[in-house]
Design a protein around this ligand. Sequence first.
Ligand code: SFD
Ligand code: AMP
Length: 638
Amino acid sequence: MAEQFVFGNPEVIQEEVDILIIGGGMAACGAGFEIMRWAEGTGLKIKLVDKAAMDRSGAVAQGLSAINTYMGENDPADYVRYARNDLMGITREDLIYDVGRHVDDSVHQFEEWGLPIWKQPGDEDKKLAEGGKPVRSGRWQIMINGESYKWIVAEGAKKSLGMENIQERVFIVRLVTDKNDPGRVAGAAGFSVRDHKLYIYKFKCCLLAAGGAVNVFRPRSVGEGTGRAWYPVWNAGSTYAMAAECGAVMTMMENRFVPARFKDGYGPVGAWFLLFKAQVMNGRGEDFGKLHGDEIKDAKRFGKYGQGVPGTCLRNHLMIQEMKEGRGPILMDTPGAMAKLAEKMTPKEVKHLEAEAWEDFLDMTISQCGVWAGENIEPDKEPSEVIPSEPYLLGSHAGCAGIWVSGPTDIPGTPKEWSWGYNRMTTVKGLFTAGDGVGASGHKFSSGSFTEGRIAAKGLVKFALDNKNWKPELARSAEDLVEEIYRPVKTFLQHKDYTTAIDINPHYISPKMLQFRLQKIMDEYCAGLATWYQTNAKMLEICERKLEMIKEDSLKMRAKDLHELLRAWENYHRIIAAECHMKHIQFREETRYPGYYYRTDFNYIDDEKWKCFTNSLYDRETRKWKLYKEPYVQLIKD
Ligand code: SFD
Ligand code: AMP
């Protein structure tokens, strides 16, 4: 593999389009599908680039077994209330409402394209759009046979855009601002992960929808399990890092998602809790929610947030307490749930129930079936361990890290500062985002992310048409971009013969080793597993220093082949995302999300001082962050 680099610089391919979509996941597919409705006949040139193959790229790669956002008979205002409560009071309600009012149409599209959606008895042949009643696992979630979910959705986007306008296996490394306007994006640069080629795109505007950030923290899976994670390992914080480095204001980056998952396989728990009505118990077989659940009613520590339905982080908190106090492990009583459901079932129906229990994982987290099969666990006979996992940075699931964006203009009471012309445009002119990219508005999930991509697409076309005569000029030369992006390759070629062992060399660090180092820093100082998600000002100070050093040392990463070049840049993106996360936790002097992370020096919710958005801006010249508060405004009454 190393030979391919001996010939020096890659072939450089430069291309100008009107709109570039970066990413091929749920949000990007939504944009790809919707955009042609508005662009048809305008002559706009549109392109989508994904680092992987759209059929299986991003979070939905393995499929899903539920669509977690479907309104049906519900009012979108209630959906806002639900998301607000789950995210501890601070959300951009304009953005959430906007997703809620449009999301069902997307789900109807999925069904039209062939996604099998479970229906109530008697409604099997009736589509949702025709009034067919879905099988709901919870108030907002509906069950699907979703192993091929991503294939189906990607096909919709591909048919709309045309394969000639889609480029797969190109990893975007950098956004480039306009030569004449540093507050405006004009291009992006990346490289092929298969060929020795570097791509530079110029455009009027772009959608950055490259998902959340995985593997920033040391994962529970180590050794032979390394690489197994809950969220998609391919999403390396590119959205957050590229946006921040381009000058976009970030929001709520202190937030993270710590998913409670079936241990080791990371199987999701939602269907077990909501559909199968399973209970969790502690190692003594006790219902710890009943025994210790009142702890979160302590208003001094948890404010009003522990009084009603506890949000996801508070549910985690109870579990974490249980384990910290020595009453682990946490066990999901799968046999109890299945026995209860089977009480009124025929033997045939019981068999079907067992199949559904397996299918829940086969549809989206096959490795959990591997754990069950490998450890001889029969879910109807033996409970399974549940554990809080390592933290992930995301903005579409039960988390709200992301970028500060312009919202819709028609929702009463929305502050005018929240919309600056184009829906889902960031504070950088021409740079849009959706899905995990949009901050302060979680609980979109797959369907909401797709929907948000559609919303952004409309804004993108409007922006491109409003700027029809504008010509992008890049602030950086092609040579300069090649020099930077291929630096890890040059470093390798220059120093590889200095030692006889390719991995041991004083002049470079392999991406894999650098990733271990980043994960160790984040784990031990920034509220990872090692400290039971706890940190404080002093630990953050050390974290900050170590991150500055790793940022410096990241310039010494080597790439001995294209695979390592990809890993090197993924790590760089992770570092910037990690730094942003750390700076936000440092800034917010309270514990807004107990169960996701704890500031032990401010171990309480402080609505008086901190019921606000925390926003940040990265200065790409000085490489420093500026943090500030942005007022929270409630739009939908309690
Ligand atoms: O069970 C670059 N999600 C669930 N959503 C549901 O609706 N139901 C569920 O059942 C869900 N569950 C679940 C979910 C995710 C996972 C991993 C599991 C279980 C195991 C959440 C959704 O999947 C999620 O909200 C959306 O997919 C988010 O959409 P988006 O578009 O923001 O991210 P993406 O789909 O991961 O796509 C990212 C794309 O970017 C590409 N990419 N391309 C170019 N250059 C770069 N530098 C790039 N970096 C990344 C990727 O290839 C990808 O195409 S459950 O837990 O609740
Ligand atoms: P998960 O499988 O944990 O990702 O959850 C899928 C969906 O179910 C999400 O909308 C969660 O917020 C929701 N959910 C999971 N567990 C619970 C629970 N114990 N109570 C209420 N909602 C839950």
